[in-house]
Design a protein around this ligand. Sequence first.
Ligand code: T1G
Length: 703
Amino acid sequence: MPRDDKTGPVGYDVRDGVAVLTLDAPPVNALSAALRAALRAALARANADPAVRAVVVTGAGKLFSAGADITEFGKPARDPALPEVLAAIEASAKPVVAAVTGAALGGGCELTLACHARVAGRRASFGLPEVRLGLIPGAGGTQRLPRLIGPVAAFETMLSGRSLDAGAAKTAGLAEAVADDPLPRACALARDLAAAGTWPVTSAHPVAADAGTRAALSRATEEAMRRHGALSNTAALIRATEAALALPFAEGLALERAEFAALISSPQARALRHVFFAERQAAKVPGLDAATPTRPVARVAVIGAGTMGGGIATAFANAGIAVTLIETSDELLSRGIERIRAGYATSVRRGSVSENSAEAALAQISGAVGLQAVAGADLVIEAAFEDMAVKRAIFAEIGRAAGPGAILATNTSYLDVDEIAAASGRAGDVLGLHFFSPANVMRLLEVVRGGATRPEVLATAMALAKRIGKLAVVSGVGFGFIGNRMLAARTRAAERLLLAGNPPGRIDAAVTGFGFRMGSFAMTDLAGLDIGWRARKAFGGFAPVADRLAEMGRLGQKTGRGFYLYPEGARTGTADPEVADLAMTLGRELGIAPETLDAAAMTERLFLPMVNEAARILDEGIAARASDIDLVWINGYGWPVWTGGPMAWADDIGLRTVVAKLDAQARQLNLPELAPAPLLRRLAAEGRGFAGFDAERRAEGRA
Ligand code: T1G
């Protein structure tokens, strides 16, 4: 067999006594069963080859390896298991060095930990992101990483799922060297280890942990339980990390394996895998493909230096994209830029941004007065007052002032993008980019595809979203698009519970008990009751209590009173009996029967109408997939990610049950709007769920 050949997904090439094994399974060198078997075979071959003195493992393409093949999860396990292959690497009779070219994630990182040394390329990174999949590292990571970088650093790295770059890995003791090209350096190191006749075996060394380290680890694990205790893998990660300190390696490995096995079949892990693949599906837009051209975007103009405009400008500046912030007067412009500067100062104070990064981002932002300043921009984003007349006037002017290839976007939260586009005189260049506040923090971006939006305009927006770290979900044109239209359904349901005599605090407790960080009424107080009040005055909607409070000047936190009281500017509201009394009075006037519901019943009343509205959104083609809707609510409104999102949650309940409960709600409350949507009834009758709906749409090439 020739020296350099490709045994399946692992390349084998002997160079001056070193067998270079190359993981080569595009697109991400996932450690599939075939790759695991080929790697074990190639290692055995190197060990048996008398011409080979040492071994180097590296990755082809941009990554070292993305870790275990997630598509194998939830299916019968296939040999060889990854821990077995890694044990063979560690037990190799010849030294094995990892040449880490790009990202080494999950099992890919664990593979490097089983090697006897690691050389990192400049673009290398090492991460154990299993917690994001509802898991913990399952191939020795919880036992080997503490032995290499210490238990506290290891725990915090595994808990956050964040990667260490090459420099950080070298500093932490995870990488022996950093090199522009790690392969020759790794080969030289491997030869040196072979010549020395001895090399470090990670598992052979106990974890170094003095009393101070143990105390620091306890503090870290207590904090982890306080913040992430709702996730079952947090406790599992703690047990596995503590086992690394307390048990011999083999026993610690066995404990890790047992914890991993219990997690991988959990509903939480299944939900997080659903979200992982949903995020990748969302990037696939019907009608676009790799051949769809995109337009260059070097400069962005943002119209409106208010909270949203400032956040949007910050999001682009953070990505190193030049921004011109436009206002109608110097005074408003200065106020807007000062607000951005203050935001960076706060981030620097909190340590979430370095001083240099903040300065570099601020340097990207310039200001101008008047819409003519859009002339040099490749993308113009309008973030002005949420009023159709205002937006139409702006788009009429920027339609003329913006360059011929410029893309024009509106940040409207619910208005008709087609009507705005028509005012521009160049509707093909127009779409909606609905950012969520704070725009530089919230990951979700609803990309609203107008009836005339050109494919390359949409493709450019999707590529730009990824460039600025946003999760883009495409929506069609419809009031409230995807997220806000479902939010209106929850708001109506919450108001009805209020009018039936359930105080805001109890309703919000049901929402936070379900897993949201903030309740419905607390969120309205934070955003301001005037926003919803204006929208309902303009477009209708049901929120009699909120409307009355707004008309009383109780606008929420900004006025010290809303659904709750905020004495001395407190950030957490306290109950106000006046609101409950007002709700009861209005309920009586509206003929709403008093009823007191427990938390479980309240979550059904609040969330099933949202699922019903989502079924309509799907049926109307406003959203292409149910999984897109899951992403909108997880990333834009805080729906607990470990349930998979509202549509996955409904699937777990079963759509037949959902239909029956909605029918009962519609009858009991005498609200025809709650009757199950046609798509929901159809899927339930067919015994399918939203996942099946998405699969059918994918098969038809429509999602
Ligand atoms: N398994 C299977 N497929 C994967 C995959 C994986 N680990 N990672 C990515 N893909 C697919 C993805 O679905 C998409 O497919 C294509 O590759 C490109 O991905 C034992 C148990 C590596 C940073 O969590 O974070 O190891 O849509 O669009 O933007 O302890 O993919 O083209 O058909 O994301 O360049 C731990 C997950 C696994 C890393 C690249 N590893 N992946 O980002 O490309 S659990 C992870 C990512 C584990 C061990 C445990 C990213 C990326 P398609 P992409 P990208």
